[in-house]
Ligand binder design. Structure first.
Ligand SMILES: Nc1ncnc2c1ncn2[C@@H]1O[C@H](COP(=O)(O)OP(=O)(O)OP(=O)(O)O)[C@@H](O)[C@H]1O
Length: 348
């Protein structure tokens, strides 16, 4: 008898990603089980893949699937859990997660304690600290990839958060299946629903830890998870999560295409001195033009995170609604002004 369908689903998702990782790292050809003994000294060492595990159902399911699939492909599998130090006893919980990961056969496994700052709010600060710790762990161990347990439900939440921000299709495109330095982060469960991950843990008798933050209404994502999405499903039907996740993929493809178009168009709208020519910018589709303006503002020193759609709209009006208006102040002390048919964006 084969494994439970939920277990088969999580294993398949991880197997596909391991194949991608092996393909991307040409020096690491897939090796069938048993072939490792024949390895000669010149052969590259088998790659290490780490799972980032909170001890929650999604990442425990991920860890179990990695532990099962990795040896079959000649991949070493390890794990990292990050102790954010935000609740009393979080260090003990992290130790517990380490034991559970070792129990699955992962090696190396470590717990990393971080100090969470305040920048950008509690969720963003915890995320920044976590990714910094995961990056450092990946470097330290020379890992080929780090797996994250984000599911289709997480993706749907991310799309809704982007929609509420209202800053274009890039923010609707959610999380990428591959991201980070050199494509380090992989999200094998982006097409899988949270219920499947939870079920897979249950049928494998894997204990899971439910992060109290996930149910804390003080957090935007938690409100969305427990109130927003259920209300949407009630009003619009069960397919909402799947549709939002599909929207993310389609938006990502569109945003990538427009970014590429803007990069190509940029050269053609600059004069010999490298200044942006207003008439040529005017002729471009707004989506392409605004991307060029945004890139120019960032190049001049405006911090990307502080540059909002309304800033770019104002700069755009120097092109499309020109009536002799003065210079526009942007974040990072960057100033945009129109001079003799040219758009000058510089710090000063
Ligand atoms: N403390 C942590 N240590 C290591 N990795 C983490 C930690 N917290 C989150 N992650 C990674 O980020 C992913 C997304 O975490 P997040 O808390 O946003 O979602 P989640 O749905 O609660 O996931 P999980 O059920 O695995 O906790 C996790 O699946 C895991 O891979």
């Amino acid at each position: 008898m084969g494994p439970h369908p939920a277990v088969a689903a999580i294993r398949l998702a991880v197997r596909r990603v391991l194949h991608d990782i092996l393909n991307d790292h040409q020096g690491f050809p897939a090796q069938p089980a048993g072939a490792r003994e024949d390895r000669t000294a010149e052969r590259p060492p088998s790659p290490l893949v780490l799972v980032a595990c909170s001890g929650g159902a999604d990442s425990m399911a991920l860890a179990s699937a990695l532990a099962f699939e990795a040896p079959k492909l000649g991949v070493r599998a390890g794990g990292v859990t990050v102790d954010h130090g935000l609740q009393p006893g979080s260090d003990l919980r992290a130790d517990e997660v380490v034991l559970r990961l070792r129990g699955l056969g992962l090696d190396p496994v470590e717990s990393v304690a971080v100090t969470v700052g305040r920048a950008g709010g509690p969720e963003a600060a915890a995320r920044d600290a976590r990714y910094a710790a995961l990056d450092a762990a990946a470097e330290r161990h020379g890992a080929a990839a780090v797996l994250l347990g984000h599911t289709r439900d997480d993706q749907a939440e991310t799309v809704l958060l982007g929609l509420a921000r209202g800053s274009g299709i890039r923010s609707l495109s959610g999380m990428a299946a591959v991201s980070g330095a050199g494509g380090r982060y992989r999200r094998p469960f982006l097409q899988l629903d949270r219920q499947t991950a939870r079920k897979a843990c249950m049928v494998q008798s894997l204990p899971v830890w439910d992060d109290p933050h996930n149910a804390d209404p003080a957090y935007t994502r938690s409100r969305l998870r427990h109130e927003g999405l259920p209300a949407l499903e009630k009003a619009l039907g069960k397919g909402v999560v799947e549709a939002l996740a599909r929207t993310a993929q389609l938006s990502r493809d569109d945003a990538d295409a427009l970014d590429a178009w803007a990069r190509q168009a940029e050269a053609s709208v600059r004069d010999a001195a490298g200044l942006l020519e207003c008439a040529k910018l005017y002729a471009l589709p707004p989506a392409v033009r605004r991307r060029i303006l945004r890139r120019a503002a960032i190049e001049a020193g405006a911090p990307a995170g502080a540059l909002f759609a309304r800033h770019i709209e104002e700069v755009d009006r120097l092109i499309t609604g020109w009536r002799g208006q003065g210079a526009i102040n942007l974040p990072g002390k960057v100033v945009a002004q129109r001079q003799g048919g040219r758009l000058v964006i510089r710090q000063g």
